[in-house]
Design a protein around this ligand. Sequence first.
Ligand SMILES: [Zn+2]
Length: 131
Amino acid sequence: MKRCSSCGTYAEDNAYVCPRCGAPLGAPQQAPQYARQVTAPPRQAYYQPEPACCERNNIVAGIFALLFGYLGIHYFYMGKISGGFICILLELVTCGVWSTVTFIQGIVFMCMSNEDFNRKFVQTSSTFPVF
Ligand SMILES: [Zn+2]
């Protein structure tokens, strides 16, 4: 505890001004070690987001899926190379019906947030994420 020199009120050690009269209380009386502990970096510093290199833009992927979905361009863009080939194969096997699915995928990509898109389609271990 610290004591205000002007009014005698006790204040917290980390307080810089008196809670009652507002007079400056000076530096904390604790050892510098403790002071450093109190001013530790905020928690979020330990939770770094995924590096930008692994992220893709959901709007760009959506446009690719809408325009060139049958060619699997959006899968190649998302880094899912085998997924892209599966896409082309499905297009051939279904005689073009598959492009309806990729068209819907394009809309889904653009409607979801970029974070959701990256988590569900780019940073997933799945080789062929559909929805
Ligand atoms: Zn005071």
